[in-house]
Structure formats: C-alpha cells, structure tokens
Design a protein around this ligand. Structure first.
Ligand SMILES: O=C(O)CCC(=O)C(=O)O
Length: 274
C-alpha cells in the first residue's frame, strides 16, 4: 500500500467508513445546508426546499457537526495516515462537497499550494458519500506528479467547467496523462498534498455527488496558514485550530484556537472575487 502511495501519490482505501457512518454524514449534510447546525457564511439568505442544491461545498463542517468531526477520527483512515505521515497526525480542514447536477468541478491544483506545511506532509482524505463516477464528477489525478516536490504557477481561469479557484499550469503533464478515480460510497481517495488533481462538473441529469474531503499533516510541522471568515487564507506563524487524530502534539503548550466557521465556497453563478 505504502509503496504504491509513494510511487503514484494516491491510493484508494476501500470501505474507509461503514455504511451507517456514510448515512449519518448525508444527514449531517442536510442539517448543515438547512442551517440547523448554525449559520453557514456565504450560504443562501433564503433556504429553498431543495436546499442541498444551493451549495457546491461547505468548508469546515467539523466545527459544528459531530458526524464530520467523528469522520476525522475514522480508525481505518487514521491507520492509513499514521503509515503515510508518521505517529503524530493533526487535521486542520474539512470540506463537504454537495455538487449536484450541473455544478462545476475544480481546476488542476495541488493542495499544498493552499495549505502550506513545512515538511510537505499535507495529506488529503477524500471520502465518497455517493458512488463517485466520471459522469457525476469524480476526482482525476496525474499519477506521480507529487514526486518532484514542486508547486506550479497559478492563474485565474474562466473555464465554465470549474469553480472560482485558480488553476495551476506549466507542469510537465498533459490532460491525457490524467486518470479518473471512480470509487463507491464509503471508500476514500488518500492523496499527497503535491499531487496534481482536478474534478469535472457533475453532468448527470439529476443526482448529488457528495464527498467529505479532510486534510491532515504531521503534528511536528508548524502550519503557517489561517482561514479568515471570507475563506481566504493568509499567512500566520502557526495555525492552531487543529484536531489531533493520532499520537501526541509537540506544541500542546501553545493551546488551541477556535477560529474557523463553516462557510460556503463560491461557484461562478455567485460571482468570483477577482
Ligand atoms: O470534490 C471535488 O470535486 C474536488 C475536490 C478537490 O479537488 C480537493 O478536495 O482538493
């Protein structure tokens, strides 16, 4: 398992969550979108009957949802993380993707571009809450693209297939090298923070492609990152709104912060901040 992860930069963990936990997370998604767990910044002023479809992605659901918090600690996932990262592991971010029909994907990117660790230990765990297929907008990866340990240049993009996030470009791979990662609900794609990946729109006639994407890193590394309410990330010495999921925290003496609040990611229908 670890050899293929080191070579390819990703692996699929079958049955990362049991079916009842997937069901509970779907219920939590509805509660979050309805506002039952408190406000979601940037969410719709007037929730519609079909409120799930008003969201593309809600950042930091674990701050208000016990189910999202429990998923950070899922035993099979934590076992894989300690094998990949080391004995001491912390989480700093969760993202709940709803992605109903017609909603966009996210252009080529590397997660360490947005969440900079000091030791390149950022690791994403993308858990499918519905079967993720090419048609409904599964992840696509460029296998082995993490190995150079280089972060590529970024630029704004107006491609209607993607949300407002910048795209990375000028890397030595083409779209033809990309591999789709179709996984059943409950399975997880675990990938390196330097792996180039993207997703395409949900092109089904009707259906949700829900997923919970959690981010982890070694507890030894400081995290010069801070989320502010707008969802923009700005530099800070060491972000301490973290959740330890394995081992011990060498910086426990600093205490913890409570900074992040759930907020909605913009898609182009909402207008991008430029
Ligand atoms: O779920 C998606 O559509 C995109 C997820 C992604 O790119 C990420 O979590 O970094």
């Amino acid at each position: 398992m670890i050899e293929s992860y080191q070579r390819d930069g990703f692996l699929v963990l079958d049955q990362a969550l049991p079916p009842e936990q997937v069901t509970a997370l779907r219920t939590a998604a509805e509660q979050l979108c309805r506002g039952d767990l408190g406000p979601v910044e940037g969410g719709p002023a007037e929730p519609a009957d079909d409120v799930l479809r008003q969201y593309l992605c809600i950042h930091q659901p674990h701050k208000v949802s016990d189910e999202a918090l429990a998923a950070l600690h899922a035993p099979r996932i934590v076992d894989a993380l300690t094998a990949i990262i080391g004995p001491n592991v912390k989480a700093m971010q969760s993202m709940l993707f709803i992605k109903s029909e017609g909603k966009p994907g996210q252009a080529w990117h590397q997660d360490e571009f947005f969440i900079p660790t000091r030791d390149r230990s950022l690791t994403a765990v993308w858990i499918a809450l519905d079967d993720a297929t090419i048609e409904n907008g599964c992840l696509w990866v460029l296998p082995g693209s993490h190995r150079r340990g280089v972060l590529y240049p970024d630029r704004e993009q107006d491609d209607p297939r993607f949300d407002c996030t910048v795209e990375l470009f000028d890397f030595p791979y083409s779209d033809d090298d990309a591999v789709p990662v179709e996984v059943p609900a409950g399975s997880a794609v675990i990938f390196n923070g330097y792996l180039l990946h993207r997703s395409l729109p949900n092109t089904t006639r009707r259906g949700l492609r829900r997923a919970l994407a959690n981010h982890y890193m070694s507890a030894e590394s400081l995290l010069p990152w801070q989320t502010v309410p707008s969802g923009v990330h700005v530099g800070k010495h060491d972000y301490r709104d973290i959740v330890m999921v394995a081992g011990t925290d060498p910086y426990a003496y600093k205490g913890l912060d409570d900074l992040a609040r759930p907020h909605s990611r913009r898609d182009k229908d909402g207008g991008c901040d430029r």
